[in-house]
Ligand binder design. Structure first.
Ligand SMILES: NC(=O)c1ccc[n+]([C@@H]2O[C@H](COP(=O)([O-])OP(=O)(O)OC[C@H]3O[C@@H](n4cnc5c(N)ncnc54)[C@H](O)[C@@H]3O)[C@@H](O)[C@H]2O)c1
Ligand SMILES: CC(C)[C@H](C(=O)O)[C@@H](O)C(=O)O
Ligand SMILES: [Mg+2]
Length: 373
């Protein structure tokens, strides 16, 4: 296969982890005989510095012409002035919206050796295998926002949260379809005791599940309780579907089940079959940010990005064997103990970002990595 991938390294540790993602992609190409044409473009803070905008037209054009996009992270202290008119995060939100990527899949799977290193008790983590489906192009992130002055001469600010029934239906359909192929349990997370958008979310979800997914068990959970249950009994979750902001927050929390922010990948997808391959053009990125506290040190965990490459192979290129080869290679690398400091046990040797990427790539190039894990 010949595929065109746009790489958007971005800021902070973004370029460090995307370099390892590309190394792994090249290893997959070598091992399986594919050519991946990788084009790099600017997004976020580095794009602001170079062009004055966080999402240059050139970047968007390249992404639209690609089979898939691999993104690192955007943002950092250099651009953190809250009063700045242009912000790195606008690039990320802009590309998600412009490409119509409303479904953000954030799987949480645990390697056994990470259970030992986790701050949580091991018996709480056995059997954890969940998937958060986060609505990505609506809600409070994209509502009207602005500033005003108050009667007493002070300031006010507002962020409107809007959801339409069509937006809720399409994301719940994605999540329920995924649940149907897993353990057939869907948890819809909202704040229906307070928010009108959540009450609509709950009604639409109930109606749709009854009509189209009677074989999938549906439960509704308030977001505050969900935050607690994710720690108390994470193995009880199969697929979670939720709105944009709740999904953002819950997945940072869920990353600690897997031991680190550096472990969780994501796939952002739009309407199915929009690329002529019967698969989906998508954007793939780790869930973490630019990690300014460790940027430039060569110690960032690249596995979230490498696992995002696996999702890219699966969802945008339809290469299931290749996706599994990447996931298997990641597991083998963890078993070998080639791990960055964020998931190392006290006293254990920490590998660099590059050493981890090279180890995963080496496993892919070996025949054994193709077998089931
Ligand atoms: N998708 C994105 O581009 C994205 C996501 C989240 C935050 N951000 C931006 O990143 C900047 C920093 O945000 P933050 O510090 O709140 O969140 P962050 O995710 O960058 O970092 C949170 C903590 O996790 C650690 N961490 C993150 N990724 C890691 C990795 N791969 N390996 C090891 N440790 C890792 C960091 O060192 C830090 O201690 C902000 O400007 C924020 O807006 C961008
Ligand atoms: C950087 C920010 C806009 C982004 C989000 O909130 O979606 C990030 O936190 C994420 O999880 O991808
Ligand atoms: Mg986030």
């Amino acid at each position: 296969m010949h595929a065109v991938i746009t790489a958007l390294p971005g800021d902070g540790i973004g370029p460090e982890v995307v370099a390892e993602g590309m190394r792994v992609l090249r290893a997959v190409g070598t091992r399986f005989g594919h050519t991946f044409e990788i084009r790099e473009a600017l997004i976020g803070g580095c794009a602001i510095d170079a062009t004055g905008t966080a999402l240059p037209d050139e970047t968007l054009h390249l992404c639209r012409e690609s089979d898939a996009v691999l993104l690192g992270a955007v943002g950092g202290p250099k651009w953190d002035n809250p009063e700045a008119p242009v912000r790195p995060e606008q690039g990320l939100l802009g590309i998600r919206k412009a490409l119509g990527l409303f479904a953000n899949l954030r799987p949480v799977t645990l390697h056994p050796r990470l259970i030992a290193a986790s701050p949580l008790r091991p018996e709480r983590l056995q059997g954890v295998d969940l998937l958060v489906v986060r609505e990505l192009t609506g809600g409070i992130y994209f509502g009207e926002k602005g500033r005003d002055t108050t009667m007493d001469g002070g300031e006010s600010a507002y962020d409107e949260c809007v959801y339409t029934s069509a937006e809720i239906e399409r994301i719940v359909r994605v999540a329920a379809t995924l649940a149907r192929n897993r353990r057939k349990k869907l948890t819809s997370v909202d704040k229906a005791n307070v928010l009108e958008t959540s009450r609509l979310w709950r009604s639409v979800t109930t109606r749709l599940m009854r009509a189209e997914f009677p074989d999938v068990q549906i439960e509704h959970m308030l977001v505050d309780a969900c935050a607690m249950h994710l720690i108390r009994r994470p193995m009880d979750f199969d697929v979670i579907v939720t709105e944009n902001m709740f999904g953002d927050i819950l997945t940072d929390e869920a990353s600690m089940l897997a031991g680190s922010m550096g472990m969780l990948p994501s796939a952002s997808l739009g309407a199915p079959g929009n690329n002529g391959r019967g698969t989906q053009m998508g954007l793939y990125e780790p869930i973490h940010g630019s990690a300014p506290d460790i940027a430039g040190k060569g110690i960032a965990n690249p596995l979230a990005t490498i696992l995002s490459v696996a999702l890219l192979l699966r969802h945008s290129l339809g290469l299931e064997d290749e996706a599994r080869a990447v996931e298997t290679a990641v597991w083998r690398t963890l078993e070998e103990g080639i791990i960055t400091g964020d998931i190392a046990m006290p006293g254990e040797r920490s590998a660099t970002t590059t050493e981890v990427g090279a180890a995963v790539a080496a496993w892919i190039e070996r025949e054994e990595a193709r077998s089931e894990r």
